[in-house]
Write a protein that binds this ligand. Sequence first.
Ligand code: 13P
Length: 286
Amino acid sequence: MLVNTIELVQEARRRGVAIGAFNTYNLELTRAIVVAAEKLGQPIILQLGVQAIRAGGEPLAMATLAAARVARVPVAVHLDHCSDIGLIETCFAWGLSSALADGSRQPFAENMAFTKRAVELAARYGETIESELGYLAGTEDGITVEEIESSLTDPAQAHEFIAATGSAMLAVSIGNVHGYVPNPPPLDFERLAQIVAQVDVPLILHGASGISREDIQQAIHMGIAKLNINTEVRTAFLRAIASWGVRIGPEPDLRQKGQDLLDLMQEAMAAAQGVVEQTIRTCTFL
Ligand code: 13P
């Protein structure tokens, strides 16, 4: 059943768990994520990044919304990291219920002004905005940010930012990193505690790939209510395709069992589903 993101995030916060937010790029990945959620009887968020939308356009958004509508658990559809106000509006018009209006690489005042504009736009559609203060190192959506350029969320600024923008959810930068990086820095739980003391909107942790179950659960205990994960799921999907290719060789024989397109997709989906299940268990302490 298709529901609003903010409902799921608020409900997760009340339950003392986090809602898993999984990036998707195609129908197979979407189905794998939804099937994992149905198996565990837990709600989830499907998120589309800007590159996925640029590649798949309205048909991808419609397929994602359709998968959410027919799911046997509550599912919301969210636009991940977007600094293009026009695309945010397009996604609301398509029926997505939330967007990360990402002004995090801009100076504080510009980020505030951009986020406020996005919040006003979302209100016209009855939808919600996640915002981001401080930005993460690592690679996402084809953009790499070196560690030296990253910046951590300033708790005092977080208070001012939320009060001024009216953003319903805040993504924090506390040492979390997008994608896999060698020797990831430890999470700054002290900073997270200070942010929690300063703002009363649900907090979001990006870059969950590579963070231990213990650290994720500690962050949830402290107030993280939405957990974004992409690389681990995508990598599982890609690895399954790669090993299928090695096993089958360069010339699939369509008369042979296991060598057709649906066989390949089944293997990739099963691999992604396994990672999604594991993540949902971590988020919900199952
Ligand atoms: P990872 O790719 O590190 O899991 O991060 C995903 C994310 O934060 C999506 O917004």
